[in-house]
Design a protein. Structure first.
Length: 109
């Protein structure tokens, strides 16, 4: 499956969060231009907090980052052009988004 030019959709309880037009694919990450939808305002601060925690000392902030990202995962979903994905790690900053995903749920063990 080619990724360049594909549009991925981010959805949430407050409607479409946005679209990501893929312009970079470097396994396992995809990245692209993020166009916010009407539901983005409800989660914008969650993504900002998650990135701020990620940029700090990851050892010291691991628990706080996990809690922030769990909140994102509880509020948004990600869909490829072929449909929803089971698991994902998504970052949004300004007009850019980058993510990795899995068609299968991550093993929690």
């Amino acid at each position: 499956m080619g990724f360049g030019g594909a549009v991925w959709h981010v959805s949430g309880g407050d409607g479409p969060v946005g679209e990501i037009l893929i312009d970079e694919a470097e396994f396992p990450w995809l990245a692209g231009r993020f166009t916010p939808g009407p539901g983005y305002e409800a989660v914008r601060d969650l993504f900002a907090r998650e990135l701020a925690l990620l940029e700090r000392d990851q050892e010291e902030e691991a628990e706080a980052w996990e809690a922030a990202y769990d909140e994102i995962r509880s509020r948004v979903s990600l869909a490829s052009p072929d449909g929803p994905v089971a698991e994902f790690l998504l970052h949004i900053e300004g007009d850019r988004a980058w993510f990795r995903w899995s068609e299968e749920p991550f093993d929690e063990e």
